[in-house]
Design a protein around this ligand. Structure first.
Ligand code: MFK
Length: 542
């Protein structure tokens, strides 16, 4: 008989996810859990079954740009792939954005929303991108309390009806810089009673969106981020024609191949200021907080998919007389991946939880300081983990992980964007320094880490000690580095990753302490995470 290897399959991605289920059991009241679990179980089955099959079938499809219609009109329409058209429907119907704004479960609504996202995202080929920006745009319009824009856009951005739901873009990057946004060259010119934008946006994700928030420099304003203003634009006019926004081409990217990412010319795009006509970078910050949280959740979700496939395959793949799942070395490899994924999940969800507190006006000053630090830490730490985990998970499949029609290489390609967009690891490390510079921020982070480890019993005590040692090292380094700005900048990434990983380990300990039934597994994950390394600070940097 000819041998054919059985491919990996997925079980219900909710019912088979002990970490997610335990986490929700720990965080949510029983009544809320009872109310939301049927939908989570439904999405877990969908994501593992029909949607996963559709994702594999859709593998070679890509969005298509049509610039001109048959009669010569410039239309710049984008045809999405079947998977993304399905994603548009599912996202609206299951309230992947709306849940956070309906706020049926008060402070816990963000956890509810991101549990939904966590289950669906890995089968949606990065539809999280337009959803994250949609969520960020809604939050930004609310933050600036612009009544007219809120009335026009919010019901659409937070709709559960696929026919009426809008998504939003977030156009920040220009040829001059993706990081140094203050170099933005796009001009905002007052023409009559409207502003019109002129310039080039160089890297605009999900250009299929109906609106965007973007930055432009009102004529006469000064340089830098303070001279920019935050604008609202709709991509089409009332007749459905381009609003002075032209797609020069779609980007040919390493991954996120379903996301229509464009280079745009803005040639008189009608735009409305969201707030004052300056300090655009600062006014964009509410958006960054939301999209960076999404980035962290998407990273954890992508890792979960990679680990679930590798774990399943290990049971099906026989080598040297036994399934891989029975080989000690492979077991250790899988455990290492699961530990990274678990830490990433807990950190991403902590960011989501704090965001929920703030949005329900129930955050303490400590929570607010913590949120400001935890978001960049979660974004940068989980982004790096996502790439490493996807790479290692592909290796678990040997050659099959390197072959396109298994659907596996996508995991790595789509992970690679996570440390890049929404701010690179280095930019987020500098943002962490900026956040830690705010009064009380270091103390709030230290308090959080101590809170997670304070009750660790004897079994977890050695790990709690490792957490405190890493935190002490980071705090001492921060004090030392104050003396030398160059040293401080050079060490910013090591510091940020150390703090991110230390916080993940602390959250893993907190979770293991809570889970007496699953105690031994949770403890194993704590130990394995520490073995992967936590303290990355180098004291002897030049
Ligand atoms: C899977 C999920 C997918 C997620 C969606 C993916 C879609 C992809 C879309 C994109 O990638 S859009 C491009 C994303 N681009 C970035 O994230 C930009 C990266 N660069 C930075 O973040 C820089 O740090 C920054 C542009 C903010 C630096 O600009 P500036 O002009 O040098 O800012 P500056 O002077 O440091 O800060 C200006 C103000 O903003 C300050 O406040 P004040 O005016 O009151 O002094 C800062 O405190 C404030 N600020 C900056 N970053 C902040 C912030 N406030 C809160 N949170 C932050 N993160």
């Amino acid at each position: 008989m000819t041998f054919y290897q059985a491919p990996p399959r997925l079980e219900n991605q909710f019912t088979s996810d002990a970490l997610l289920r335990d986490y929700l059991a720990r965080k949510l009241p029983d009544s809320m859990r009872g109310a939301i679990e049927p939908e989570l179980a439904h999405l877990g089955a969908l994501s593992a079954g029909p949607l996963y099959d559709l994702q594999l079938a859709d593998r070679e499809n890509e969005p298509k740009l049509t610039r001109w219609d048959a009669w010569g009109r410039r239309v710049d329409t984008i045809a999405l792939t079947p998977l993304w058209r399905e994603a548009e429907k599912l996202a609206a119907q299951h309230g992947l954005v709306a849940t956070a704004y309906e706020r049926k479960h008060g402070t816990l609504s963000r956890l509810h929303q991101f549990a939904l996202v966590y289950l669906l995202e890995p089968s949606l080929d990065v539809f999280s991108c337009p959803l994250a920006m949609t969520d960020g745009a809604a939050r930004t319009l609310l933050a600036h309390n612009n009544a007219a824009l809120m009335a026009r856009a919010l019901p659409r951005l937070t709709s559960r009806d696929p026919q009426t739901m809008w998504t939003s873009g977030q156009w920040m990057t220009e040829r001059t810089g993706g990081s140094d946004v203050g170099l933005t060259e796009t001009i905002a010119r007052k023409e009559g009673d409207a502003f019109r934008l002129y310039g080039t946006k160089w890297f605009t994700s999900a250009i299929s969106s109906q609106m965007a928030l973007t930055l432009a420099r009102p004529e006469g304003n000064g340089t830098g981020g303070r001279g920019l203003a935050l604008f609202y634009v709709e991509t089409r006019d009332d007749a459905g024609m381009p609003n002075g926004i032209f797609v020069n081409r779609l980007k040919d990217k390493l991954g996120t191949r379903k996301v229509p990412t464009a280079e745009l010319t803005l040639d008189g795009a009608r735009a409305i200021p969201v707030t004052e006509l300056s300090n655009g970078v600062r006014h964009m910050a509410p958006m960054l907080t939301v999209t960076r949280t999404w980035n962290a959740v998407a990273a954890a979700a992508g890792m979960r998919r990679a680990v679930a496939l590798a774990q399943d395959y290990a049971k099906r793949r026989m080598q040297f007389g036994a399934p891989l799942s029975e080989k000690p070395l492979h077991q250790d490899t899988l455990l290492g991946l699961e530990a990274e994924q678990s830490g990433a999940f807990l950190l991403a969800m902590r960011a989501a939880e704090l965001l929920g507190f703030r949005e329900a006006d129930e955050a303490t000053p400590h929570d607010l300081r913590l949120l400001r630090v935890v978001v960049p830490l979660a974004k940068l730490t989980t982004g790096k983990q996502a790439v490493a985990v996807a790479s290692e998970a592909l290796e678990c499949f040997g050659g099959a992980g390197y072959v396109e029609d298994t659907g596996l290489p996508r995991l790595l390609r789509d992970a690679q964007v996570l440390p890049i967009w929404e701010g690179t690891t280095n930019v987020l490390s500098l943002d962490t320094l900026r956040a830690l510079g705010e009064e009380g921020a270091v103390q709030s982070l230290a308090d959080e880490i101590h809170r997670c480890t304070a009750t660790a019993g004897s079994v977890l005590l050695p790990y709690a000690r490792a957490v405190r040692a890493a935190l002490d090292h980071a705090q001492a380094w921060l004090v030392d580095a104050r003396r030398d700005p160059a040293q401080r900048e050079a060490g910013a990434r090591r510091l940020a990753l150390t703090l991110g990983r230390t916080l993940e380990l602390a959250l893993l300990i907190e979770h293991a302490h809570w889970s007496p039934n699953l105690g031994s597994r949770a403890q194993l994950l704590v130990r394995r995470f520490l073995q992967n390394g936590v303290d990355l600070i180098a004291d002897d940097l030049p």
